[in-house]
Ligand binder design. Structure first.
Ligand code: ZN
Length: 97
């Protein structure tokens, strides 16, 4: 199965989240919110509420999921200074070029 986020990048993301002091206890069930989903979520920001356009400004994020209840939490890459991770080019096999 193709890895969307290579292992070394996942490690860097988790390290930065921990450095930021995130809580890993799930606010819904008290379980561990420590599973980083293998892929980025990119929300496309819209200039209007009654039209939908592709492209333009985005809000890239990573997703953590509670292993017990499935609660989903997103962390924007910008404030965590994680955007540099996206700047690296990756080949189809996920390896950094
Ligand atoms: Zn939970």
């Amino acid at each position: 199965m193709t890895q969307y986020i290579p292992k070394h990048k996942k490690k860097a993301i988790v390290n930065r989240l921990m450095q930021a002091g995130i809580q890993t206890m799930c606010p819904m069930c008290g379980g561990e919110l420590n599973t980083l989903i293998d892929g980025y979520v990119v929300t496309i920001l819209q200039p209007h509420i009654n039209k939908y356009q592709l492209g333009g400004k985005t809000l890239p994020a990573v997703v953590m999921v509670c292993g017990k209840c499935g609660y989903i939490r997103q962390h924007a890459l910008g404030p965590l200074k994680l955007l540099d991770i996206l700047q690296e080019k990756e080949g189809e096999n996920g390896k950094t070029e």
